[in-house]
Design a protein around this ligand. Structure first.
Ligand code: PLP
Length: 445
């Protein structure tokens, strides 16, 4: 929105915006006042096509009455029930539904309120699991360079996006990182999953734990099946399978952070389904409630849960962890309504059916000025730009602003534009996203 807009803006002095250049924003506010289907309405009454499903969190499209009705009714029936030592039936129903949506075997569900809380919960469960099994020395956590696991202390420690923790230090001791699988020199403009090098890359993990650690000291490895926040990094074929083998061989728990890849984004229910690799723990959030009520979930293999139940002293709290808002009634109502929509509309299949068209549209940007790489999988695409000397991120930010002006919401991270529309997107809207993006790139490059 331009400064000359006649629209009355709110007083913007008090709200400290997250992950936002607050001063820049105030000089050029981008405010939405409504959303329906695949579109936002901006405060100046423009229809903005949502090329990002909000923050990757609105797979079923905006303004779903089924979810709104379920949440509204729930609020008027049971607004809150204490989460510790008591509960309510919908929490168990939501867990049953989430378990049924998970890959087989990951059917014990711990509820949180966000992806960050899910990541920290999964890491804590992994540490506690080894302790409850009598292995307290298995206390190291491994993440990846450019991994993103939210903003809490565990998440920033295992995460590997330098900018996200430069301000805070490293968070935890006993953490190491393995290499990120992105190799632009070799794989630039690959459509979908790069074919080669996956096993060798994964073997670096084994090398690292053998040479720099004793593998029997490693509690867990956490990875995103497809790294979204790092700018759409698709792992090469065989990479995740080999990581699974190594973790199994050395008794290390494998955690998939599926906050972005869960709920249909890759054209399957989870990234685990896409890559046919079953981890020990899956974290999710975002699409779980179609983005309308904060909620996350951690799904663990039954054996892990059983270990806590069998090995903890009788009557003891098996896992001293949880949140006031774990499984609050409205979040459970939203999750069940969202899963009903997924079941009725087969949104994962819809995404899979559109993915070839989407891939074609994304790769039509090849050859435009400054475009250095294009990566895609399911209904996600990343367009990476050359860095303007001394102005890292400037090209992507300018492109994002131009797109907004032209009626498309895209996301930028570093010098990468990420596109991840609602799974309800239509082909003509996919065309519009990438045609507009092309015009924006040409105009700012
Ligand atoms: N993990 C991954 C893989 C994410 O992409 C995100 C957010 O984008 C998070 C965790 C953090 O989720 P939240 O912002 O809900 O805390």
């Amino acid at each position: 929105m331009s400064q000359s807009s006649p629209i009355k803006l709110p007083n913007m002095s008090n709200y400290w915006m997250p992950f936002t250049a607050n001063r820049q924003f105030r000089s050029m506010p981008r405010l939405f006042k409504a959303a329906k289907g695949n579109y936002f309405t901006s405060i100046d009454d423009r229809q903005i096509l949502d090329g990002t499903a909000g923050l990757w969190c609105v797979p079923a499209g905006h303004g779903r009455t089924e979810i709104a009705t379920a949440v509204g009714n729930q609020l008027l029936t049971l607004d809150y029930a204490p989460a510790f030592q008591s509960s309510h039936p919908l929490a168990f129903e939501a867990a049953e539904r989430v378990a049924a949506y998970m890959p087989e075997g990951l059917d014990r569900i711990f509820f949180t309120n966000s992806g960050s809380e899910s990541a920290d919960t999964a890491l804590k469960i992994a540490l506690a699991y080894h302790r409850v099994c009598g292995n307290p020395l298995r206390n190291k956590l491994i993440g990846r360079e450019r991994g993103y696991h939210g903003v809490n202390f565990g998440g920033i420690a295992v995460g590997g996006i330098a900018g996200n923790r430069k301000a805070f230090g490293n968070g935890l001791a006993g953490v190491d990182h393995i290499r990120n699988p992105l190799d632009i020199a070799k794989n630039a403009f690959t459509k979908g999953v790069p074919a080669d090098g996956g096993v060798a890359l994964a073997n670096e993990f084994e090398q690292r734990i053998l040479t720099l650690h004793d593998p029997s000291t490693i509690a867990a490895l956490i990875v995103e099946p497809m790294q979204g926040s790092a700018g759409v990094v698709v792992p090469p074929a065989g990479y995740l399978k080999r990581l699974r083998e190594i973790c199994t061989q050395y008794g290390i728990l494998l955690i998939f952070d599926e906050v972005i890849t869960g709920f249909g984004r890759l054209g399957t229910k989870f990234g685990a389904d896409y890559f046919d690799v079953i981890p020990d723990i899956i974290t999710c959030a975002k699409g779980l409630t179609n983005g309308v009520v904060p909620m996350g979930a951690v799904a663990v293999k039954r054996e892990i849960y059983d270990a806590f139940m069998e090995k903890s002293p009788a009557g003891a709290i098996e896992l001293p962890h949880g949140y006031t808002y774990s499984a609050i009634p409205i979040a459970c109502a939203a999750a069940i309504a969202t899963l009903n929509i997924f079941a009725a509309e087969r949104l994962e299949d819809r995404a899979a059916g559109l993915s070839a068209y989407f891939e074609q549209a994304a790769h039509s940007l090849k050859g435009l000025p400054m475009v250095k790489d294009i990566r895609n999988i399911g209904l996600v695409a990343g367009i990476e730009f050359e860095v303007i000397a001394g102005k890292a991120g400037a090209m992507a930010f300018a492109t994002y602003l131009k797109c907004f002006e032209m009626g498309i919401h895209v996301r930028f991270t570093g010098d990468i534009i990420a596109i991840s529309p609602p799974l309800t997107i239509e082909k003509h809207e996919i065309d519009r996203i990438f045609n507009t993006l092309a015009d924006a790139i040409k105009s700012v490059a």
